[in-house]
Design a protein around this ligand. Sequence first.
Ligand SMILES: Cc1ncc(COP(=O)(O)O)c(C=O)c1O
Length: 438
Amino acid sequence: MQHEKSRQLDERARRVLAGGVASEFRKSAQPLFYESGRGSRITDVDGNEYLDFTLSQGPLILGHSNPQVLQAVQEYSERGQLFAGQHLQELELAEKLHELIPCAELMRFSLSGSEADHTAIRLARATTGKEKFLRFEGHYHGWFDNVAIGVSAPDEAALGSRENPEKIRWTKGLPARIEEEMIVLPWNDLELLEQTVAAHQDEIAAIITEGVMCNNGCIPPRPGFLQGIRDLCDKYGIVFILDEVITGFRLGMGGAQKFYDIVPDLAIFGKAMASGYPISVLCGRRKMKGGKPLMELIEKGEVIHAGTMNSNNPSVAAALATVQVLEAENVHPRLFELGQSLMDKLREAAREANQPLLVQGLGPMFHTGFTDETEINDYRGTFAYDKAKLSHFIGAMHERGLRVIGRGLWYISAAHTEADIDEAANIAGEVLREMGSA
Ligand SMILES: Cc1ncc(COP(=O)(O)O)c(C=O)c1O
């Protein structure tokens, strides 16, 4: 494969775009420029076509350029782009989400997951009158100041003790003492969580977690872990924030909360909700179980949430169309089936090639990494992965026209076919065999 046009454009981009990209996560050893995407395929400016399992970091649950979504966006945009007032489609979308998402009594739309996560933490503080929130190592809740600690670490030793982890800053530019705003813990350890929350109950406004840990590995919650969070939050008057930016519309129409049957106080949806158009939703209970006002504080303007572009017509149209197609075509059983089939085939290929490939996840999204471990349960566990080997694996698949997220995550879309799954498994198998004999 040759990438000469991308190389030239990258050179040009670096003169005007910081780092040549629009998001930190797009930096790569081989930055590519893309020209078009259709169904399960994406094409770069050099004419190379890739079978795509990145789905633009998750949003493209219907694949690239879904015709119903594009048509809805076009039709609704022709009537105007942004009314700075209410409109029927926004209401219809809210009513639909209210019907689908267990905790969605009241909601507000924003543009990104980061904004909605930020609002959720502000709201939890206002509701409880407490200041700290508890988050888990290696989870990602956007790039804003309040959650830019505990995201990653250079190595396992840097994380410190499990009971009292180091508060590792992800970026320069954070205010002094921001570490005091949060408690960080390893995920999936209910006993440790119970002890910590009991000791700090008077300070903790919220516990925030991904439903499935997808930003490092693809790690399901241990049985009882999410319920344990629910119980602790009820016991101590803490707001349970479920970050469904990845799990929302991916595990099913009601997200991880429906899938695992755990109703949080607040939840954030984004990504797969609108096929790549900018919209997210913060939804939650009007009041906490004990009667304290929650979303009601936004309703009354006591907690501020705003945004010029919120509920813009193209994004709302895209979300409505995406939800309609997901429902009408009953997409989720197929995502699980195709994902499971690809996971099985990758395991089989790794066995044949004698490669220690751990394939972990649920189907609609899963992770591949090289380790002798048979299960990874938290961020600390992910240091058992051989990162150099993974990056070789991903790079070699890419050279053969198979695109997977650099950290080893695969997303399945409704546009993927069984033939795509076979093609992906064959390419991965070829690379694994080659690696085995190297
Ligand atoms: C779980 C989770 N929360 C929040 C975000 C932030 O969303 P956005 O990139 O739309 O700001 C992401 C993005 O990857 C995410 O995976």
